[in-house]
Structure formats: structure tokens, C-alpha cells
Design a protein around this ligand. Structure first.
Ligand code: G6Q
Length: 550
């Protein structure tokens, strides 16, 4: 297979780009009244409308040709068959097994992983039921009222985001909190409002070596022991989620209370595993399994739909079109749903940690752009802030707009107003406002002459800003599962096309290694000279001030 940028499929796209780069979507919509029908895909109530993109039929077919040329279908099969596609860590990539509700055997090293997956789900169910039914009680005999997940990165963001997303489904008897930051303010502020006798800690760490989490776990244990003064009570208040059973046991967790995860689940893909225990505690196992079922819907769609009808594939190809041909450096995820406020943060990790790579699977330096900068915020908040740059700035920022058709508590005009903004913004990105339209508006306001000339250029919107729209009936567990799985597979397809490994994360290691060295130096008072002069200067400045009172 020739290198990506020298492949005929890439070259064809490159030539095509020169022909269509100046086409305006306004004109494409005028020419084709069926554009919405032709460029949208449905999975029951879950809709992806990608008609507001700078593509023609030819663009789409050339992009699909690229996907075939890069053997996307073959890679999909490899992932679902449990092949070790994470080659730098010699691991299979099987978040899809965690939500394999069809229970199709999935073999890793010749062994079906499904019995273990199902056993762990059962274990989660019994535990959640025991807490909710108040059979499991704290050391004073009181029921558990608060659950604190101690984890970071992949062991925090997923369950935290989903717990917020599914807030309407959450139990009122047990509150779930998330502590991730090594900054003690995070844990202290959380513990301030809790009682040791009614609090349960979940130490979530795949490796059980992550400093941030272990420091927080030590602090939590100290806080707990100050009240209980009884180490045997720890078993009732601390459980762990980990792949490192020995380290979790050494921390003092009863082996029965360790919820296992597997090395074939990457941290940022682990929401579906026992890392989701805190979420399951919040929404109950039935809802948790419904979320798995939603992800499975998307997995099946991804595995079986033809490329041209395949949502993750289409989204991935559109991303490549802007990233590699229009040279867009970023894209925005804009949920119009208060409950999805942490979705952009979650997807930022999933995308940027997966595809922020510059070495191919063959160890070569890439000569093309890979993963973009993902940013985002609640769309309705963004409208009053950074949308200005998206509408009238100099950068092309494709966007995904996400909304639900109805809100569980749809009791007033709020949701209609929200939806009006959803549709209006997507239209505004696409249409913009022409000079003639802007002029007519100003004249209608009685503005003429020099004043009009000054204002006019500022009132023009170029438009032609691409956006996808994702719409579904309600943000229920099933649709949340579908939504997250859609993005996971999108990132996978992009990684395949860029020929990078989306499942390792060596880039996060260097800072961790250096922090270990610096931590040792911070423990001593003498002057540090082992780094560059900036790092030495900063460390020494910190040391000179840390014991002073100001
Ligand atoms: C995710 C990353 C990273 C990881 C955290 C926590 O893919 O690898 O975010 O999840 O560093 O790691 P542990 O779960 O091992 O503590």
C-alpha cells in the first residue's frame, strides 16, 4: 500500500479539493432540494444530518474510496475479532466486548472474554443492589449515602460525564461524587460535606500506580480512619476497580471488593467496564446496561452498515476532509443540553489522546496532519462567547451540534427556545449573510450613507461553515451509549486512515517521569541545579517562598 499522501485515492481528493474549495453550501442547497434526505443517516430515532458540509457527491465517493483504499472494513473486522491492533502495547482493543449484548464470542489469545465480562457485570449488579437496598451498610450500621469515585483521566471523565448526562435517572438516595485532582482542594471540598460513616470510596485505577489517585485514596483513608479509628472498617467503605489486584489488595481492599478490569480496555474507553461502577451506582444497573445496549446498537451499525451509510465512517471522513484538505486545525463539539456539559471534555481526551500521534504504525514520521484540537462547550453558552470567531473569524472550525428532540422534564417553553437556537445556528453557519442582505437590513433600520459604509463589512457573514447535526428523541441511557460509541468509532476510523495507533498514549509518560524526579527535589531544601536554568530557577523560586508567610 503506498504511503497515504502518495496514494491515488489521496491524490484524487487533492485534485478534487482544488475544484470544489470555493463552492458555497448556500448554492449546493439551492441546486439540490433533496440534500437533507441524501446526506443523513438514521438509527431508529438517532439521526446524523451531514448535509451542511462542503461536499458534493463526488467528494463523498472519493472519501469513501479513501476509506476502502486504507482498508477500513478490514480494520473494523480486526478490532471486533479481538486482534491485537494496539501493537505498541501488544493488546487487543475490546471496549466493544464490554457492551456486546448479543454475547457473540470474542476471542483474545483463543479464549472467549464474554464469560468474564458477564460475570463482572453481575458482580456490579449485586454490589449496586446491596448499596441501594441498604443491605450493605457502613461500620456504624448506617446505609451508604455518598459514593466518591477517586480516579483520574480515563478512570474519572467517562463516569463523571455520564453521571451528569443521566442525572434525571439518578437515585435520590445515594449521591455520587468525583475527585480527580491531586490538588487537595478537590478532595477537601468534597469531604467537607460528607460523613465517614455513610460514605463509600471507589478507588478507580486500572494500573493502581497513578500518583494522583493514590494520594487522594490515602487522604480519604486517613479522613475515614480519623472518625472510625478501626482499620477493619475499611472493607465496608473502600472498594477498588483495577487491573492490578495485588496493588489494590496491598492498599487494604478486601479482594472480594476489587472489580476487575482488563488490559484490553484503554482508560479513555473504559466507561463501559467496571470503571462505570460509580455511574451504575448513580443510575442503577438496569440503566447502565441500557447504556451498554445503546453502544452495542452503534457497534452493530458500525460493523455491518455499508461505508456510505455508516455514521462513524462518514463523520471520520468529513473530519479528514477538513483536517487534511481545508487545513482546519480544530473542531467544536457543541451540545445543546445542560446534561451534556462535560461531553466536550470527555471527547477531548478520547480524540486527542487517541489521535494526537505523529508516528505511523510502521514507525515513520507522518507527513500530514493527524488529530485536530477538539474543543467545545454547551452550545447555548458558546453562542454568547466564542461563536463570534466561528462565524466571522479567519479560521475554519467545523462543528458537531448535538441536541435531543425532547427533554424529560419538558414542562415549559425552554426546550422549544433551545431548539430554535440549535436550528438557527446551524443555518447561520451554513448560509451566513450576504452583502445585499446586510445592506437591506441596515437600510430598513434607516441607516444610510457613510454610516452604512462603515457598518456594512462588519455585518456580512461569509457562511459556508460546516456542521453536522446529531438529533435523537431523548437523552436516555440508550442514546447516550449510541452517542459515545459513535465518536469512539469515528476516532478509530481516522486513526486507521492516518495509519497511527489510536490506542496507546506514550505522550503522557514524559511529564509523569519528570514529575517523579522533581518531587524528590522538592523534598529537600538545597538549591536545585540539575535542569535547564528556567526549570532550576522556577523550582528554587518556589522553594524560597514556600515557607514564607505573606
Ligand atoms: C487513558 C489514559 C489515562 C488514564 C489515567 C488513569 O486512556 O491512559 O487518562 O486513564 O492516567 O490511569 P489509571 O486508571 O491507571 O489510574
Amino acid at each position: 500500500m503506498p504511503d497515504l499522501t502518495r496514494s491515488p485515492a489521496w491524490q484524487a481528493l487533492h485534485n478534487h479539493f482544488e475544484q470544489v474549495r470555493h463552492l458555497h453550501m448556500r448554492d449546493l442547497f439551492t441546486q439540490d432540494p433533496k440534500r437533507f434526505q441524501r446526506y443523513s443517516i438514521k438509527l431508529e430515532d438517532f439521526l446524523l444530518d451531514y448535509s451542511k458540509n462542503r461536499i458534493t457527491d463526488e467528494t463523498e465517493s472519493l472519501l469513501l474510496e479513501l476509506a476502502r483504499d486504507r482498508d477500513v472494513p478490514g480494520w473494523i473486522t480486526r478490532m471486533f475479532n479481538g486482534e491485537k491492533i494496539n501493537h505498541t502495547e501488544d493488546r487487543a482493543v475490546l471496549h466493544i466486548a464490554l457492551r456486546n449484548r448479543a454475547n457473540r464470542p470474542i476471542l483474545v489469545d483463543g479464549r472467549d472474554v464474554m464469560p468474564e465480562v458477564n460475570a463482572m457485570l453481575e458482580k456490579m449488579r449485586s454490589f449496586c443492589d446491596a448499596i441501594h437496598s441498604q443491605k450493605w451498610r457502613g461500620y456504624t450500621g448506617q446505609p451508604i449515602k455518598d459514593v466518591v469515585n477517586l480516579g483520574v483521566g480515563g478512570s474519572d471523565l467517562g463516569p463523571m460525564m455520564a453521571t451528569q448526562a443521566l442525572h434525571p435517572y439518578a437515585s435520590r438516595d445515594v449521591s455520587v461524587h468525583f475527585v480527580s485532582n491531586v490538588d487537595e482542594n478537590h478532595i477537601n471540598n468534597t469531604l467537607d460535606n460528607l460523613k465517614p460513616e455513610t460514605t463509600l470510596f471507589i478507588i478507580a485505577s486500572k494500573s493502581f500506580t497513578t500518583q494522583d489517585t493514590l494520594v487522594n485514596a490515602d487522604t480519604a483513608r486517613e479522613w475515614f480512619l480519623q472518625a472510625s479509628n478501626d482499620t477493619s472498617a475499611i472493607a465496608k467503605h473502600f472498594v477498588a476497580v483495577s487491573n492490578n489486584v495485588a496493588a489494590a489488595s496491598a492498599f487494604g481492599i478486601d479482594e472480594q471488593n476489587i472489580f476487575k478490569m482488563w488490559d484490553w480496555v484503554g482508560g479513555r474507553y473504559s466507561l463501559w467496564s467496571t470503571v462505570g461502577l460509580s455511574l451504575a451506582m448513580a443510575i442503577g444497573m438496569d440503566n447502565f446496561e441500557e447504556m451498554l445496549a445503546g453502544a452495542h446498537d452503534m457497534d452493530e451499525h458500525f460493523r455491518t452498515a455499508p461505508l456510505e451509510q455508516n455514521m462513524p465512517v462518514i463523520m471520520a471522513l468529513l473530519g479528514i476532509w477538513y483536517n487534511n484538505f481545508f487545513n482546519a486545525q480544530s473542531y467544536a463539539v457543541l451540545p445543546y443540553d445542560q446534561h451534556l456539559r462535560f461531553l466536550p471534555d470527555y471527547l477531548r481526551q478520547a480524540d486527542m489522546e487517541s489521535n494526537g500521534k505523529s508516528v505511523t504504525r510502521d514507525g515513520e514520521q507522518v507527513d500530514y496532519s493527524t488529530g485536530p484540537v477538539l474543543f467545545g462547550q454547551l452550545g447555548i453558552t458558546g453562542q454568547h462567547a466564542f461563536y463570534q470567531l466561528m462565524h466571522q473569524g479567519t479560521k475554519l472550525i467545523p462543528a458537531d451540534i448535538i441536541a435531543s428532540i425532547t427533554n424529560l422534564r419538558c414542562i415549559s417553553s425552554h426546550h422549544r427556545m433551545l431548539m430554535a437556537n440549535v436550528f438557527a445556528q446551524a443555518e447561520a453557519f451554513m448560509r451566513g449573510k450576504t452583502e445585499d442582505e446586510a445592506r437591506a437590513e441596515l437600510e430598513a433600520q434607516g441607516i444610510t450613507g457613510e454610516q452604512l459604509n462603515v457598518l456594512l463589512p462588519n455585518k456580512i457573514f461569509a457562511g459556508n461553515k460546516p456542521s453536522n447535526m446529531i438529533l435523537y428523541h431523548t437523552l436516555n441511557p440508550r442514546n447516550l451509549g449510541r452517542l459515545i460509541a459513535l465518536y469512539e468509532h469515528k476516532f478509530f476510523v481516522q486513526g486507521v486512515i492516518w495509519n497511527i495507533n489510536s490506542y496507546d498514549q506514550w505522550g503522557v509518560e514524559l511529564g509523569k517521569q519528570l514529575a517523579q524526579t522533581v518531587l524528590g527535589e522538592l523534598d529537600q531544601d538545597d538549591e536545585v541545579t540539575s535542569h535547564d536554568c528556567s526549570t532550576n530557577g522556577l523550582i528554587n523560586y518556589y522553594k524560597s517562598w514556600r515557607s514564607k508567610k505573606v
